[in-house]
Design a protein. Sequence first.
Length: 456
Amino acid sequence: MYDLAIIGGGPGGYVAAGKAGAAGLSVVLFEKRELGGVCLNEGCIPTKTLLYSAKVLDYAHHADRYGVNVEGASIDFGAIFKRKQKVVKKLVGGIKVQMRNAQVEVISGQAFIEGREAGAVKLSCNGQSFEARNLLICTGSEAAVPPIPGLREGLGGAVVTNREILALDQQPESLVVIGGGVIGMEFASFFHSIGTKVTVIEMLPKILGPMDDEISALLQAQYAKKGVEFHLNCKVTAVEGNDVVYEDPEGNICRATGERILVSVGRRASLDGIGLENVGVKLALNPAGRPYGIQVDPQMRTSVPGIYAAGDVTGFSMLAHTASREGEVAVNTILGRADTMRYDAIPGVVYTNPEVAGAGLTEAEAARKGLEVEVKKLPMAYSGRFVAENERGEGLCKILLDKASGKVVGVHMLGNPCSEIIYGACMAIEKGFTAAQLKEVVFPHPTVSEIFRETL
């Protein structure tokens, strides 16, 4: 019998497995595809690899701004995607080494929960039976495909999700993106940079969903200026071959045509086919009464003793770094160590060019909570390092302070390289820094991170 069985080898599962194995627990990890999960194989890592190639091309096209002449810069689509596969393969191999070093047994296959009795969870995989004292469910999520006529039927043809678009063997001349959230905007950024005509159709009045309204609007304006076409407040009603049919805010029926159509309207927790019904794990329900994830407490415990869940399968904070921390909390709880999952300072990043990053409350969220905040804003151009490295670059740093306590409760940024410095804002929010305390921190000069101190 194992001390811990984990279903799913993504950022939640493999981090938890490594931590548990290092602590001396006997661990078996089941993964039906590749270690690293969606993040490493179909999401975070491959998309960032592509986006970096696009950023290099962007710099080459505008190298003259920095006094460098680069003539005839172009892409090799096949080489870009080949490099993406090389990066993924290298990192998957690294996780395998980590699991081996932590003495984690890795089983390739779909695990199924058979039941629970006498304090043990019973599972099956590849015709074999397994028992474990504890179970951690990290089955992740999958791309949501809404019931739009013609959409699901088009999958495998013109219609692609994040998985299929990463397997393209040639660059499409045009791309219609259904959904202007983080994933949609990152793919829009990549394909626009390499020369594909990009159209984004979004049902909401803004892109990037719950991210800061002002930052989202600034990013949209920059991409619209570059040539990306946006249709906001528009409802997609059908997909007909290569045409996306949508209704605009005035009720007119319009069409957008793309060689490829990327459906990017969010993700849904992977709850089916793993046997949750056999142990009676309680699911979290949305206001309409439909399940959206496994219900957990702050220690990642489900409603069933000895069974835990972490990552996208909870349907709450669908981010790789959230999953990893949740996996750690679950293992600490199993080990009897006091730990609690907190979500006040989870960073969100959009790896467009320029990048967007945020942590903590937005102005809209603060208003909904009834929290009165003071908003401090400063253009990124107040950072000397930013000006030196972002010729003609526009950006913004916005810091939200609780008026009652003076504490930092939110930070939102537009401009490179905000993805690399947002962790500083996370620490300030997590530790309850006031504006005065943050200003006392000595930042290295010249760095873009100094914008935090300057903004205050």
